[in-house]
Design a protein around this ligand. Structure first.
Ligand code: 5AD
Ligand code: SF4
Length: 476
């Protein structure tokens, strides 16, 4: 055994802390010869889960000595955290890789890394190796926490490093993270998904469902609160089946109640529940809570019971409507948002009518509408009856129009109210305005002092602009 192998710890997170130190040494030497700091740039695609993973990746990169830059072109390390839920996400990554090739020609020492869901597909790895040889580092969804170790290999072996694990047995705690916002944070409560909706690639690229132990989650949230976080978003592909394989018997309702008790946390959000497992307990915990935000994202996917069966969603049009009604009755000020897929195999106009009917009856506050994307390896990809593009285009427009109508009506209903908002940032388009988020997830823009960023303040909802408000700050 060589000397290095003797001193590398085998347990986590000690092993990664060791590699953070080793990579830091290598980078310091490089900085000395260049007489400048080394910079990194992370491009994140996809969902909240990926956004949280990128915070972990950035935490490790900063711990080894990189400084974050907004200029991808000049960065010494560019990392793309990919998504593969729909084909257009894949195409965007290939497009970006083409651009990066040009940057690397100008800056040959640039390191290019790829990670995330897309990398869990063997066909993608083959394509990258064949057509994009300028990529230096590839890893998947199960070894994010190992970035320092993989960088160590890249820097010492001086050849591309590829490590894709097909599953993860452990949840590694206590790896450095770098939050995008000082006052709010995502918190993973579980990883993976066991639902196997027939169109969805997630169970294949994120693996089997694994819940974190409740004590670890609460400990992380207490630490976040101590460092100034007032809003947490509990993250999982299917949060209301939280706790299934935990050491102690625990469920999502219990977790919510425990998070509620943490001092310093003012707002709790969660993403994403599955309509099948949404228990009455969870509804009453939300109803009775002072902190859980009035927003439930409840993916519908389709309003047709026939399509839902083919999608393997385990609920019907009627049971979804009953659930939505129960939620609205118990928590009248709640916003319900959803995801809808148009163009699933065999879908007909009649099925779309059912979807439109559910949209009308629930009156969604917002909905993300997606065109069905065929994902190789999923059961839906080999179903007969793939539908035509022309049909999808027409039906998609109908769904989108109705969703826009209902969300406008819902938003308008709040005009004139005074509501608490968490001030998040200076408005992107008008630097005289701040942007705040209401409990129901709507945004309001209003003139005020940027010192309020990170605080919860009352704002009068003066003018509805469809999907957002212009507001006036009220005196506390
Ligand atoms: N095609 C289109 N949309 C999809 N989604 C997941 N898989 C697909 C697919 N193959 C959508 C679902 C899910 C959201 C995150 O992405 O609506 O809720
Ligand atoms: Fe995909 Fe269904 Fe799991 Fe959501 S619940 S991640 S749509 S398989």
């Amino acid at each position: 055994m060589n000397e290095e192998a003797n001193i590398v710890p085998v347990t986590e997170p000690e092993r990664q802390n060791h590699y953070i130190g080793e990579v830091a040494k290598l980078l310091r030497a490089r900085e000395k010869s260049l007489q400048r700091k080394l910079t990194c740039y992370i491009a994140t695609f996809g969902c909240q889960m990926n956004a949280r993973d990128s915070e972990k990746l950035l935490g490790i990169l900063k711990a080894v000595g990189y400084v974050e830059t907004e200029d991808e072109r000049s960065a010494d390390l560019v990392l793309m955290n990919t998504c593969t839920v729909r084909d257009n996400a894949d195409q965007r990554v290939y497009g970006r890789l083409g651009v990066l090739k040009g940057y690397k020609q100008e800056h040959p020492d640039m390191l290019i890394g790829l990670c995330g869901c897309m990398m869990q597909e063997p066909s993608v790895i083959e394509k990258i190796q064949k057509s994009y040889p300028h990529v230096d580092l590839i890893f998947g969804t199960h070894n994010i926490y190992k970035l320092a170790e993989l960088l160590y290999r890249l820097l010492t072996e001086q050849r591309p490093v590829i490590e894709i694990l097909d599953h993860a047995d452990t949840v590694v705690e206590d790896i450095p993270t770098e939050r995008k916002y000082p006052f709010k944070s995502g918190v993973n409560i579980m990883f993976g998904c066991d639902k196997f909706c027939s169109y969805c690639i997630v169970p294949y690229v994120r693996g089997r469902e694994r819940s974190r132990e409740m004590d670890d989650i609460l400990c992380e949230i207490r630490r976040l609160a101590d460092s100034g976080v007032i809003e947490v978003m509990l993250l999982g592909q299917n949060v209301n089946s939280y706790g299934k394989h935990c050491r102690k018997e625990v469920d999502f309702a219990t977790l919510l109640k425990e998070v509620e008790k943490i001092e310093g946390i003012s707002r709790i959000r969660f993403m994403t529940p599955h309509p099948q497992d949404f228990s009455d307990d969870v509804i009453s915990v939300i109803r009775d809570s002072e902190k859980i935000c009035r927003h439930i994202h409840l993916p519908l996917q389709s309003g047709s019971s026939r399509i839902l069966k083919l999608m393997n969603r385990h609920y019907t049009k009627e049971s979804y409507l009953q659930l939505a009604e129960k939620i609205r009755k118990q928590i009248p000020d709640v916003a319900i948002t959803t995801d809808i897929i148009v163009g699933f195999p065999t879908e007909t106009e009649e099925d779309i009518e059912d979807t439109l009917d559910v949209i009308r009856k629930v009156g969604f506050d917002n909905a993300f509408t997606f065109i069905y994307s065929k994902r190789t390896g999923t059961p839906a990809a080999s179903m007969d009856g793939q539908v035509s593009e022309a049909f999808i285009k027409e039906q998609f427009a109908r769904v989108l129009q109705l969703v826009q109508e209902t969300s406008k009506v819902r938003a308008q209903g709040l005009e004139g109210q005074v509501t608490d908002v968490l001030v998040e940032e200076i408005n992107e388009h008008d630097p005289n305005l701040l942007t705040g988020r209401m409990s129901n997830n709507l945004l309001v823009h209003f003139p005020a002092d940027p010192a309020l960023i990170g605080k919860i303040v009352p704002v009068r909802l003066a003018e509805c602009k469809g999907f957002y408000y212009l507001g006036v700050l009220q005196n506390n």
